[in-house]
Design a protein around this ligand. Sequence first.
Ligand code: GAP
Length: 476
Amino acid sequence: MANENKLQNIISHCKEYGFIFPSSEIYDGLSAVYDYGQYGAELKRNIRDYWWRSMTQMNDNIVGIDAAIFMHPTVWKASGHVDNFSDPMIDNKDSQKRYRVDHLIEGYAETLPEAEATAVLAEMDHLLAANDFSGLKQFVEDKKIKCGVSGTSNWTDVRQFNLMFSTEVGSVAEDASTIYLRPETAQGIFVNFLNVQKTARMKIPFGIAQTGKAFRNEIVARQFIFRMREFEQMEMQFFIKPGTQKEWYEYWKEARMKWHLGLGISADKYRFHDHVKLAHYADAACDIEYDFTFGFKELEGIHSRTDFDLKQHQEYSGKKLTYFDTEINQHYVPYVIETSIGLDRTVLMILSEAYEEEDLSTADKQDSRSLLRIPAMLAPIKLAIFPLTKKDGLPEMAKQLIEECKPYFKCFYEEKDAIGKRYRRQDAIGTPFCVTIDHQTKEDNTVTIRHRDSMLQERMPLSEIRQYIQEQTKMF
Ligand code: GAP
């Protein structure tokens, strides 16, 4: 399947099967905002749980918090977001369409042979790193890059646009003050660094993890849930002794790549991309990129954030944010290694890996099925239970199995339609196992268990089903 079609097919599949809907769809949607439906919400929650448990349960020295979205406005002054959190944009004067200049150039590079594209991207990186906006405009003009809407190269200067959304707190206009919707969850961790360190009696090195919504006024919104205005992050700040940042940066690069490979996705679908232009807070940074249907793109960032954030908050708040290291009898402001992954992008990655239109045609019959090969531990529904018919006591036996299993994992019951149709519906939502209760069950207490990926069916004692599914869908 061509890759452009694959993304479109994934989008349609997500809508048809209750994974992801455009926001406020009955009002024609809201650009770059999406709602998760009944299966999408389960999938997303399972991915979030897997990340959360990998961080806070499998590491003795990482704890999790849940900070508020609204924060004191000075947080964003201290963090540098008020002054620096912007993208270089360029407008086409004829269509009035606005582009992020790096996206415009990247789009152009995609149309070129590989060697030429590499050279164009290298030149772009160089200009971006130097904040050379007039150079960028010149580059766009020299390459005669055209606007997709007007087809012309009539461009404005390149300008910076801040990506933060603001709103007001306070009921009376005169008293209201401007606050921001957080553009990253990380700052909620920094401002709570001492609260957590003291109350959990954490010793460096230690981490604080958090998942939650972040908001960015992305000017160019595209590629489905890849770039949204409201999205969710899963971030972890790892507090370390100054001078040890290089080794911890390497440690977390390796640990995070291992996490990704643990999802069963092959190594050649990932790559590291070192940042040429470092963010204002970093002394080293890279992305873990995944090969989406539209090419390798950032999925996760790993940043060596130095002591920038804690020092800034110390300065702006006037409160000490130091740690007393009993091993060396010294106070210091810790350095930080951050791992930051987009939950929605991870959902898109899992769906891209999982989605398949499988041709099942034989010499005499055309056949195919849509399926999602979602890792069993992340599947929205773990087990579907079907009575073969609606009578002879089979539904009662099926419901008894549901009652036994549902405290442990998510089940689904259905008695309508032919069994083959029911299997196909579960394939389409990624259910790894279906169990059918038939007349033989009444005789020997065995059931048919059907495996999504292989479509193989085998008989198993009814009494072993719960434990078997638990074993097959466990995270650790
Ligand atoms: N605290 C560091 C930070 O926020 P980032 O690279 O700007 O770093 C981290 O964002 C991750 O958040 C990205 O790797 C990406 O997965 C996700 N992300 C960023 N902007 C996003 C957007 N507009 N829509 C969906 N996910 C986004």
